[in-house]
Design a protein around this ligand. Structure first.
Ligand code: GUN
Ligand code: FE
Length: 453
């Protein structure tokens, strides 16, 4: 099995969304990738050098052809996953966020003091996410050193591009005695420890797996911890992730404590950088959005989780058109699906609900917020190119200089969710049906950095 150590090429019909609002489909494209997994050329049959390049790839014996009814799409980027909540997927969604955290989630996450438990759960989770097409994953871990190391090592071993964060949470006002950092100082030291561990992992010289500074959210952290992590983020040059203005309760709790919004407070703590991923962001206002735009920080839009916990729909179109970086997240287990395709579908549906409104007792003209809807093209763009922009990584489309992170989608797969009729559907219909219907059964191959997982 080729392992990405040599230059390779794929002959396939590619479907991607390099620009928002448009699908780019190239039948029988030739995608050439160097030994390091970087795309060097994407050539269409109409190009003058197509035949020559194809012949060279054939002679070199490095050409791979996708089967009939298979399409090459960019790998999916999940910007927001709570790895320890994997056993809770599809459970406990009847509680409001504050009770869900204290009654269900903190007790579950506390169990990862047992590294063997972590190994079993994290192995099954990464396998499932990769099989579902998630080639880049941004993870919250737990407070535990060994379990976090296990998570990073499993991602590296299985070849998934990943960011792994030690969750920092030290405030006794919210965090229980058996699941909180002993002090701000201890949480910062543990965060640094994981940064060094991940950067030093054997086989991780290219940075496939990276550390990320992870204050859980302001209500779980003391000011001293937030200040210290802001300072650490600057010193280590790491990415940062946290929750921001997710729900009425979470948004209000920060204003009541600090007299300012999440966004303003995170910026003042030095946590709002070009490499910051803010989960949810549903209640960020115009001034907050300007702060995000100026910093170059991004939002992980988690539309399915938002249905259960957020009390609102993110005005995603307004943010994107306002120049804020936005990608997509599952928020496992705040939503019951691990699939980024599901997240795309829900993002479209939620945007229509926001656009048109939802309360039939109101007259149509005052029911919604017109101008809010996005479509399947926009959603797929967010889940690929958008995620890459938030992370500042060259992923999400087929273009020279970008990583070859890709999935092969088989529209004829038995038991899949895509039903194509050649005499009814054109290729853009096929792409639309993939976004609306593809399941793990449709995903026949997954590559990261040109390496088949
Ligand atoms: N806010 C703080 N922690 C969490 C979490 O684990 N999930 C969600 N959805 N929101 C949070
Ligand atoms: Fe979350």
């Amino acid at each position: 099995m080729p392992d990405g150590a040599t230059a390779r090429a794929w002959r396939a019909t590619i479907m991607h969304t390099p620009r928002r609002g448009a699908v780019d489909i190239v039948e029988d494209a030739l995608v050439e990738v160097d030994a390091g997994g970087t795309i060097v050329a994407v050539t269409a049959p109409a190009a003058a050098d197509y035949a020559g390049r194809m012949a060279a790839a054939q002679v070199a014996g490095t050409l791979e052809r996708l089967g009939p009814h298979q399409y090459l799409l960019p790998g999916l980027v999940d910007l927001h996953i709570h790895a320890p909540q994997w056993p809770q997927l599809g459970k406990a969604l009847h509680l409001p966020l504050d009770r869900w955290l204290t009654e269900r989630t903190f007790p579950l996450e506390a169990r990862y003091r047992d590294a063997e438990f972590a190994r079993r759960i994290y192995g099954s989770m990464v396998d499932t996410l990769v099989a579902g097409g998630t080639t880049t994953a941004v993870y919250f871990g737990t407070i535990h050193r060994d379990a976090n190391r296990v998570l990073a090592e499993i991602c590296l071993e299985k070849g998934q591009r990943a960011f792994v964060g030690k969750v920092a949470m030290d405030d006794p006002a919210l965090c229980p005695p058996d699941y909180r950092d002993a002090s701000a100082h201890a949480a910062i030291a543990e965060t640094e420890d994981l940064i060094h561990h991940i950067r030093g992992l054997a086989g991780n010289a290219a940075g496939l797996v990276r550390p990320i500074v992870t204050p859980r959210f302001i209500p779980a952290c003391t000011d001293a911890l937030l200040e210290g992590l802001g300072d650490l983020a600057r010193r280590c040059g790491c990415h940062v992730q946290t929750h921001c203005s997710e729900s009425d309760w979470a948004h209000r709790a920060v204003i009541d404590r600090l007299g300012k919004t999440d966004t303003r407070a995170l910026a003042d703590f030095g946590l709002m950088t070009r490499h910051t991923v803010l989960a949810h962001g549903n209640f960020i206002g115009d001034e907050d959005a300007a702060t995000l735009r100026a910093a170059g920080s991004g939002i992980a839009h988690c539309p399915l989780s938002n249905v259960y916990f957020a009390n609102a729909v993110l005005p995603v179109r307004r943010l994107v058109e306002g120049g804020v970086h936005v990608g997509v997240g599952t928020d496992i287990s705040g939503g019951p699906s691990a699939s980024i395709f599901d997240a795309c579908r829900t993002a479209v549906a939620a945007s229509i609900v926001l656009d048109e409104g939802s309360d039939p007792a109101k007259v149509a003209a005052s029911r919604g917020r017109p101008g809010s809807r996005i479509d399947f093209r926009d959603a797929f763009h967010l889940a690929t190119v958008g995620g890459g922009e938030v992370l500042d990584l060259k992923i999400g489309k087929f273009a020279p200089g970008y990583r070859f992170d890709a999935i092969a989608v088989d529209t004829m797969a038995a038991g899949g969710g895509v039903h194509v009729f050649d005499d009814v559907d054109d290729l853009e219909d096929v792409f639309q049906k993939i976004v609306y219907g593809a399941t793990t059964a449709n995903i026949k191959a997954v590559w990261v950095d040109g390496r088949r997982l």
